[in-house]
Design a protein around this ligand. Structure first.
Ligand SMILES: [Zn+2]
Ligand SMILES: [Zn+2]
Ligand SMILES: [Zn+2]
Length: 361
């Protein structure tokens, strides 16, 4: 992600920023240029177009929407197919923080050059049902089906999510992690299952046509197989080939974004200070790793994740990246790297800045 700066004082901003802490300028995110612009009124000229702040700005959405789309809602908010009722303010507060994670996901998908075909343009396009199990008074299953990702807004509550994390024995559970995992199911479907890559995918992850209901029953009855760590990134990944792919996809996005953040900040690690007698002496993460650079990505991540784990421990916190990438897991990540560095032909939609897949007539 590009470094975001205040248009008035050039101070650093976060992707979630609504105003600059340093100078007080109200800001909004302009997707096509990946820059923050000042909100001076309802009409904001950027490039050739007039943009408006998203109508969900009161719910912390800081994106802009092009005037001619006429919806009032930004592209990210339009991707939300189902949201809590207008009078359910408790659920809408959870929606606000959940939508931040969704926008972070979308910015990354865009920077990776992946197509985001929305549900309102095409059957099977990407969309989100963001509902709360607390409001619905029923269990909301987090999952993906036919392009639609369902997220339980109750998981935005730290206490609730942390209780589930401990009960499930997971070292990491975040809303952003849920989004990255679920969108992995979507992209396996779009970029792998509908292409000739499927055979290679099955060779690495297993046959996704295996019964999913049997897999769930087995997973919750007997748990993960002994020695699962050698071949899987997480216990959840052992359940079914689909879950293995989605877990690896999420990890690829975790690694990609953290390396990118380190790179845009100019972080370099001097290994000679760590008394490591090895080459390279300096680890300099890159903003982007090309198709043939997976080994470099993995090597950089080995050192950068080790550094961040040490930094977290220095603060008395758990490891930033509490996972081990074995050779078998690395081959799965390599496959995902290859898929994502060779996306299908697409074109940019100028009114929202996101790519649409170009399909043969
Ligand atoms: Zn400022
Ligand atoms: Zn919005
Ligand atoms: Zn899943």
């Amino acid at each position: 992600m590009k470094l975001l700066v205040c248009p008035t004082c050039a101070g650093l901003l976060f992707l979630e920023s609504l105003r600059c802490e340093a100078c007080g300028t109200e800001v909004a995110y302009h997707v096509p240029t990946a820059e923050m612009v000042a909100v001076t009124g309802r009409d904001i000229p950027v490039g050739e177009r007039i943009w408006h702040p998203c109508s969900n700005r009161q719910w912390d959405c800081n994106w802009l929407v092009a005037d001619e789309t006429g919806t009032g809602r930004c592209f990210s908010c339009q991707l939300t197919r189902t949201r809590p009722a207008a009078d359910d303010t408790i659920a809408l507060e959870k929606l606000a923080s959940t939508a931040q994670a969704k926008r972070r996901l979308l910015v990354q998908l865009k920077s990776l050059g992946l197509p985001v075909d929305p549900h309102f343009e095409r059957d099977g396009g990407l969309g989100f049902d963001l509902i709360s199990s607390f409001s619905e008074n029923r269990q909301v299953m987090i999952g993906h089906a036919n392009g639609i990702v369902t997220i339980d807004l109750a998981e935005s509550l730290d206490e609730h999510r942390e209780r589930l994390r401990i009960a499930l024995g997971e070292p990491y559970r975040t809303m952003l992690g849920h989004f990255r995992h679920e969108v992995g199911h979507y992209y396996q479907w779009v970029l792998v299952e509908q292409t000739d890559r499927i055979d290679e995918c099955r060779g690495l992850f297993g046959d996704e046509r295996a019964s999913y209901s049997d897999a769930i029953a087995r997973h919750y009855a007997t748990g993960s197989p002994d020695g699962w760590e050698a071949s899987f990134i997480s216990e959840y990944a052992t359940m079914h080939p689909w879950e293995d792919f989605a877990e690896c996809f999420a990890h690829y996005l975790h690694i990609n974004e953290t390396l990118n953040t380190a790179a845009t900040a100019g972080l370099e690690l001097a290994l000679e200070r760590q008394r490591v007698i090895t080459l390279p002496q300096v680890v300099a993460p890159k903003e982007r790793y090309g198709a043939g650079e997976f080994d470099a990505l993995l090597e950089d991540w080995r050192w950068v994740s080790l550094f961040f784990n040490r930094a977290n421990r220095a603060m008395g916190k758990a490891d930033l990246y509490p996972f081990r990438i074995t050779p078998a897991v690395a081959e799965k990540l390599r496959f995902i790297h290859r898929v994502l560095t060779d996306p299908p032909p697409s074109r940019v939609e100028e009114s929202d800045g996101f790519r649409r897949q170009v399909r043969p007539e």
